[in-house]
Design a protein around this ligand. Structure first.
Ligand code: HEM
Ligand code: HEM
Length: 164
C-alpha cells in the first residue's frame, strides 16, 4: 500500500502534459525576450547626435518581457498547490526545488526593483543582477527536470542515479 501511494504521489508531482508545455513555453519565451533586449541594447544601438540611440525594437522587447513575466508568474502559481506542496511534503528533490524557487524570487525582486526603483545611479548594476541570473535560468530548470538532467549527465559521461 505504501509503495502504491508513493507511486501515485510521484505521478501527481510529475506535471501533466499541458503544464509541462506551459512551463517550457512561458520560460523559453521570457528568456528569449530578455536575450533579445540584451542584443538590441548592447549590439544594435546606433550612434546619434546626443549619444547612443536605442534600436526601435528595444522598448518593444521590454514591453514583451514584462507581459511574459506576468504569464510566467501565473504558471509558477499553478505549480504551488500540487507540484511544490506534494514534492515538499514527500521530501523529494527539495534542494533542486528550493534552488528553482530562490532563482525565481530573485528575478521577481530584481525585476520589480528595475521597474519601480531604477534611476541613473543604480540602473546598470541592478540590470546586471537581474539578467546575469536570468541567463542561467534554463540551465537551472534543465538540472531540475529529471529527463533533461539525465541527458546532461549522459553527455558529461556521468552516472545517472534516479532523482529522489
Ligand atoms: C519554481 C518552481 C518550480 C518549477 C518551475 C518546477 C518545474 C518542474 C518541471 C518542469 C519538472 C519536470 C516535470 C515532468 O517532467 O513532468 C519538475 C520535476 C520535479 N520537481 Fe519541480 N518545479 C519547481 C519547484 C519544485 C519544488 C519547490 C520541489 C520540491 C519541493 C520540486 C520537486 C520536483 C520533483 C521531485 C520533480 C521530479 C518529478 C518526477 O519526475 O518524479 N519542484 N519540476
Ligand atoms: C520570473 C522571471 C522574471 C521576471 C518576473 C522578470 C521581470 C522583469 C522586469 C519587471 C523588468 C523591468 C522591465 C522594465 O523596466 O520595463 C525586467 C527587465 C529585464 N529582464 Fe527580466 N524578468 C524575469 C526573467 C528574466 C530572464 C530569464 C531574463 C534572461 C536574460 C531576463 C532579462 C531581462 C533584461 C535583459 C531586462 C532589461 C534590464 C534593463 O532594463 O536594464 N529577465 N525583467
Amino acid at each position: 500500500m505504501k509503495g502504491r501511494l508513493s507511486g501515485v504521489s510521484r505521478c501527481v508531482i510529475r506535471l501533466p502534459a499541458w503544464q509541462r508545455k506551459a512551463v517550457s513555453l512561458a520560460f523559453s519565451a521570457l528568456w528569449l525576450s530578455g536575450v533579445a533586449w540584451l542584443l538590441l541594447h548592447y549590439y544594435l544601438a546606433t550612434e546619434g547626435d546626443f549619444g547612443p540611440r536605442p534600436h526601435w525594437l528595444e522598448p518593444w522587447s521590454l514591453r514583451l518581457h514584462g507581459l511574459l513575466a506576468m504569464i510566467v508568474l501565473t504558471v509558477l502559481g499553478s505549480l504551488v498547490p500540487v507540484h511544490m506542496k506534494l514534492a515538499w511534503a514527500r521530501a523529494r528533490n527539495r534542494a533542486g526545488g528550493l534552488l528553482m524557487v530562490a532563482v525565481c524570487v530573485w528575478l521577481v525582486l530584481t525585476g520589480y526593483a528595475l521597474w519601480y526603483f531604477a534611476n541613473e545611479a543604480n540602473q546598470d548594476w541592478l540590470s546586471r543582477l537581474h539578467w546575469l541570473c536570468g541567463l542561467g535560468l534554463p540551465l537551472i530548470l534543465a538540472a531540475h527536470t529529471p529527463v533533461s538532467r539525465r541527458r546532461m549527465m549522459a553527455r558529461l559521461g556521468l552516472n545517472w542515479s534516479s532523482a529522489r
